[in-house]
Write a protein that binds this ligand. Structure first.
Ligand code: FAE
Length: 492
C-alpha cells in the first residue's frame, strides 16, 4: 500500500484528502469508532447533561471537566465502552481528546481561530508567515467552513445572554472583546432558537458530540475524502508498532478493538509511507515508544519534547442577581476577552449549559504558559509517561488573573469556588489543547519529515511547540495543508 495514515483528526484528514486527490491510495487507521450509527435513543451522540456509555473512552465513571456543581460532585458510573471523549490521565494533568473518525472535531467547541499575525512568530518560528496568512490559513478556514456570528443576532438572542454579560464586564474593565469565528452553522442555530429544527447547541450538546449544526470533519474533509474513492478507513483499529520492512517501506502492526476495548485481532500491513496523525499525545506516545524499544532507532532526541497545554485554565465568576446569564445558553462559545499582549491571556466566554439560571460567568483561558513537558518510555510499566507537574499551571493562573481580578474588582464580584471541587477556584488540572511532542524543525524537518527514517511524517498537533495563542485546530489544519503540499510536490 502506498500510504498509511494513523488517526483521522485534522492532520490525518488533510493528509488523506490531498494525497488521494493527487492519485495516491490511502489507508486511514482510527482507534475510535465511526460515529455514524444511532443508539437506541435514535441519536448518534449523548447529551452533555446526560452522559452514557457513548461518552467516555474506556472508563467506568465519567470524568467531567466541570466535576462539581454547587459543591456537589456530578460524575456518575457508565459502562466501559469505546466512547467519544478520552480523559487521559498523566501524573500532573488530564488531557481531553476526541476518539473516533473525525478525532477532536467530534467533541470540540468549534471555535475556529486564526492567531493574530503578530503572534505567529512564537507559534511556529520556522514557518514563513506570508505563505500561512496568504495561502494556508485561508485554505483551512474555507475547507473547515468557518464563519462568524451575525452581530445583530448576537445582540438580541436569549442564547448568548451569557456572552453579552461577558462583553459588558470585559468592556467596563477596559478589555478588548472579540467575536470568535466558529464552525457551527449559524442559520441552523437561528432555527434552533425559532424552534423549527431539532436542537443541538441550544440543548447544550458539545462535549460528547453534536447531533446537528456543528460542521465537524464528518461534514467537511471526510465526505471529500470518501468521494475520491481512494481512501479506506478502518475504525476501532489501533496502531501499536511501526518499523522498517525488509523490502523497503514500513510494517505497521494494528490491534482491532471491540467496543469494550479488548483486542479481537492483530493485523500487520506494509506501507511505503506512514503519516503520524494520532494527535499530539497519540503521535508522541507512539514515537517515544518506538524509538526507545528499537523499532525506529534513528529518530532523533527531540522526539517526545516540547509538549505544552496551550496554557489552558478555567474559572467561573459569581455575578450579581441583576446580571443573569440565562437558562438557555448556546454550547458554542463565540466571544473572547483579549489581554494577550498585556497579560498573556485570551479568555473565551464559555457557556454553563445547565438549563437553569446560575448567575455565573464561566471562562476558558488560553495563556502564554512557558512550561514544556517531555514524554518518556517507562520500560518497567510498559507505558509512556509525561513529566508535566500540577504546579506548572501557576503561570496560567497568574495570567488569567490579569483579566478576572480586574473584572471582579470593577464589578464587585467574586470567583465561583464550587465548579472544580469544594472551594477550588481554578480548573488547573486539565487541558483540551495538547500540542507538541514531535516539534516541527526539531524532531522533523521544516515540513514534518521525521529525521532518521525516510518515508515517515508527522502531520498533526504534535508539530506545534506547545502554544498557539488561540484555540489550535485552524493552525493544525493550515500547517498540515502547507506541509502536505510540499510533500506531494517533492516526495511522491
Ligand atoms: P486529533 O484531532 O486528536 O486526532 C487524532 C486521532 O488519532 C484521534 O481520532 C485518535 O483517536 C486517533 N489515534 C490516536 N492514537 C491512535 C493509534 N495508536 N492508532 C489509531 N488511531 C489513533 O489530532 N480546538 C479548537 O481549535 N477550538 C475549540 O473550540 C476546541 N475545543 C475543544 C474542546 C474539547 C473538549 C477538546 C477535547 C478539544 C478541543 N479543541 C479545540 C482541540 C482540538 O480538537 C484539537 O487541537 C485537535 O482535534 C487536534 O487535531 P489533531 O489532528 O492533532
Amino acid at each position: 500500500m502506498p500510504v498509511l495514515v494513523i488517526g483521522t483528526g485534522y492532520g490525518g484528514c488533510v493528509a488523506a484528502l490531498r494525497l488521494a486527490q493527487a492519485g495516491v491510495d490511502v489507508h486511514m487507521v482510527e482507534m475510535g469508532m465511526a460515529w455514524d450509527t444511532p443508539g437506541s435513543d435514535g441519536k448518534i451522540f449523548a447529551g452533555t447533561r446526560t452522559p452514557d456509555y457513548r461518552s467516555y473512552w474506556l472508563r467506568t465513571r465519567t470524568k467531567q471537566p466541570l466535576s462539581n456543581f454547587l459543591g456537589f460532585p456530578i460524575d456518575k458510573d457508565v459502562p466501559r465502552y469505546t466512547g467519544i471523549l478520552d480523559a487521559e490521565d498523566f501524573s500532573g494533568i488530564t488531557v481531553y481528546q476526541g476518539r473516533g473518525v473525525g478525532g477532536g472535531s467530534l467533541v470540540n467547541g468549534g471555535m475556529a481561530v486564526t492567531p493574530k499575525r503578530e503572534n505567529f512568530g512564537a507559534v511556529l518560528p520556522s514557518v514563513n508567515p506570508d505563505e500561512m496568512y496568504g495561502v494556508y490559513y485561508p485554505r483551512a478556514n474555507a475547507e473547515l467552513g468557518v464563519s462568524s456570528i451575525d452581530p445583530a443576532w448576537f445582540d438580541t438572542t436569549a442564547c448568548y445572554q451569557y456572552a453579552r454579560v461577558g462583553r459588558k464586564h470585559a468592556q467596563r474593565s477596559g478589555f478588548p472583546f472579540l467575536y470568535v469565528p466558529t464552525v457551527y452553522d449559524w442559520d441552523y442555530m437561528k432555527r434552533e432558537a425559532d424552534g423549527t429544527v431539532p436542537k443541538s447547541a441550544l440543548i447544550g450538546e458539545i462535549l460528547y458530540g453534536n447531533n446537528h449544526g456543528k460542521k465537524s470533519l464528518q461534514q467537511t474533509y471526510l465526505p471529500k475524502i470518501r468521494a475520491t474513492g481512494r481512501v479506506t478507513i478502518s475504525s476501532l483499529h489501533k496502531v501499536t508498532t511501526v518499523r522498517p520492512a525488509s523490502g523497503g517501506g514500513y510494517t505497521v502492526e494494528i490491534d482491532q478493538l471491540s467496543t469494550t476495548g479488548e483486542t479481537t485481532a492483530t493485523k500487520s500491513v506494509t506501507a511505503d509511507r506512514v503519516f503520524f496523525a494520532a494527535g499530539s499525545v497519540g503521535t508522541s506516545k507512539l514515537l517515544v515508544k518506538l524509538k526507545a524499544t528499537g523499532a525506529l532507532p534513528n529518530l532523533n532526541g527531540e522526539v517526545g519534547k516540547g509538549w505544552g497545554d496551550n496554557g489552558n485554565v478555567m474559572c467561573g465568576r459569581a455575578n450579581h442577581m441583576w446580571d443573569p446569564t440565562g437558562t438557555v445558553q448556546s454550547a458554542i462559545p463565540t466571544a473572547g476577552i483579549d489581554n494577550w499582549a498585556a497579560g498573556g491571556a485570551f479568555a473565551e466566554v464559555a457557556p454553563l449549559p445547565t438549563g437553569i439560571e446560575t448567575y455565573a460567568s464561566f471562562y476558558l483561558s488560553i495563556t502564554r504558559n512557558p512550561n514544556r513537558a517531555q514524554f518518556s518510555w517507562n520500560a518497567s510499566a510498559g507505558r509512556v509517561d509525561l513529566n508535566w507537574q500540577a504546579s506548572w499551571k501557576q503561570p496560567s493562573i497568574t495570567m488569567a488573573k490579569t483579566i478576572f481580578d480586574k473584572i471582579n474588582s470593577t464589578e464587585g464580584t467574586i470567583y465561583r469556588t464550587d465548579l472544580f471541587g469544594t472551594y477550588k477556584i481554578w480548573g488547573d488540572h486539565l487541558t483540551y489543547h495538547p500540542l507538541g511532542g514531535a516539534v516541527l524543525n526539531k524532531a522533523t524537518d521544516n515540513h514534518g519529515r521525521l529525521h532518521g527514517h525516510p518515508g515517515l511524517y508527522v502531520i498533526d498537533g504534535a508539530l506545534i511547540p506547545g502554544n498557539t495563542s488561540v484555540n489550535p485546530f485552524v493552525s493544525i489544519t493550515a500547517l498540515a495543508e502547507r506541509n502536505i503540499e510540499k510533500i506531494i510536490a517533492t516526495d511522491l
